[in-house]
Design a binder for this molecule. Structure first.
Ligand code: HSE
Length: 438
């Protein structure tokens, strides 16, 4: 056991005391002795900056160390590590940049910040020789960043398929298991503290996209831009989609696909609701859980599973970063942190050339000749129908048609669906989803 006299403190400046910030504070206290033994330093929250100290909170704010000015964290020379958990990209960028330029190690859980400004921030960290850690930015409590940076460093990543937004996975699961409608399921996810402050990011795919940008950039050595990737959310999915997919042997998941195209050497990154076979291991990832299915050229298939959101799991990742920061400040050689740019892979792959099978739901006039018109357009685009369902129960004059379509490039598929949508017999906006064989 370490002699307590030899354990010196490491002082942390915490920006943000929301769900995750409060979790870090609470759990550092909970496992204080264990952490001191393992790390050889006592991790002490020295100062906390919040926007509104009077806001009611589940975890009490220690009033004696609270202020409302982020500059306090930079100006306090005693602070070794700045933990950024305020979210957003403006103030957070200024804080992280100033902290690095002041030689303070940074720990952040801010995926939007890294997705937008990662290239610049890692360049600053490199220049200042001051590390930035970000395990909590992707997939909550799952140690996927360390895995990509360290454990799989010997691999060329062939692909990743990730369920990396807990809120949308929770919503899809509750729609499927309890028959809740989309809004009821979203309300539940918000009450449970899974959703972002602005839940639009969870359901429109961009929270997952920010995480996909980070994973793809680390894997392929050039920082992805938001315009390089294709993103769709789960807002258009309704109960019939879930039920029909289930009857056909699939479940619907919001999937982030990151893939090296072996022919062109280019990188495909996209987030889309997708049908996956019920038998695939990702199909059993339920609730707020996340999972990332990674194929490396040496290791083969690996799966990383755990809580992708929530106070305790996400704070576990922040604390793991604090332990790495402490080891580094103790003089350990820097681990492979940050982003290492290189030019060994190709360009972002345009989404229109990526090929898959598809599911298509159409709300149509219940009239003779409708199916022929739809099939005609698909045929003109060389898109084959592998199965078609038109349930008998429907309201007067309208019908739903569910089609499963053979392999086609996404661009061709979109053109065909746009033409179908213009037919007079089409009543609602078509719902198109990929079917992923994984
Ligand atoms: N709102 C996010 C999710 C939390 O639902 O996954 C972590 O990014």
């Amino acid at each position: 056991m370490a002699d307590p006299k030899n354990i010196t403190t490491l002082k942390i400046g915490l920006a943000g005391f929301g769900n995750v910030g409060a979790g870090v504070y609470k759990n550092l206290l909970k496992n204080k002795d264990l952490l001191s033994e393992r790390i050889g330093r006592e991790l002490v929250i020295h100062r906390i900056v919040v926007r509104n100290p009077d806001k009611p909170r589940d975890v009490d704010l220690p009033a004696d160390i609270v202020s409302t000015n982020l500059d306090d964290l930079i100006e306090d020379d005693e602070i070794d590590i700045v933990v950024e958990l305020i979210g957003g990209t403006d103030q957070a960028f200024d804080l992280v940049k100033s902290a690095l330029e002041s030689g303070k190690t940074v720990v952040t859980g801010n995926k939007a910040l890294l997705a937008e400004h990662g290239k610049e921030l890692f360049a600053i960290a490199d220049r200042e020789k001051t590390p930035i850690y970000f395990e909590a930015a992707v997939a909550g409590g799952i140690p996927i960043i360390k895995t990509v940076q360290e454990s799989l460093v010997g691999n060329s990543i062939e692909s990743m398929a990730g369920i990396i937004n807990g809120t949308s996975n929770y919503i899809l699961g509750r729609m499927s298991d309890a028959g809740l409608d989309y809004q009821e399921a979203l309300n539940e996810a918000q009450q449970l503290g899974y959703a972002e402050a602005d839940p639009a990011l969870d359901v429109n795919g961009w929270d997952a996209a920010h995480k996909a940008i980070i994973l793809a950039s680390l894997s392929y050595g050039s920082w992805m831009r938001s315009e390089d990737i294709y993103v769709e959310g789960i807002e258009k999915i309704s109960l019939p989609d879930i039920q029909v997919a289930r009857d056909l042997g699939y479940v619907i998941k919001l999937l982030a696909i990151i893939r090296l195209d072996s022919e062109s050497g280019n990188i495909e990154v996209r987030v889309q609701p997708s049908l996956i076979p019920k038998s695939h291991i990702l199909a059993s990832v339920n609730g707020v859980f996340n999972a990332i299915f990674v194929r490396g050229d040496i290791v083969g298939e690996t799966l990383f599973y755990g809580s992708g959101a929530g106070q305790d799991p996400t704070s576990s990742s922040v604390i793991s970063d604090l332990a790495d920061a402490a080891a580094h400040l103790n003089g350990a050689a820097a681990s492979r942190t940050g982003f290492v740019p290189h030019g060994l892979y190709g360009q972002p792959l345009p989404v229109d050339v990526s090929i898959s099978e598809y599911y298509l739901r159409l709300g149509v006039d219940d009239q003779p000749g409708v199916v022929a018109k739809i099939a005609g357009i698909l045929g003109e685009h060389q898109i084959g129908i592998s199965s078609m369902i038109q349930p008998e129960e429907h309201s007067e004059g309208t019908a739903s048609i569910f089609l499963m379509l053979y392999l086609a490039p996404f661009g061709t598929m979109k053109k065909a669906v746009a033409e179908i949508a213009k037919l007079d017999c089409i009543q609602d906006e078509p719902v198109l989803m990929r079917v992923e064989s994984l």
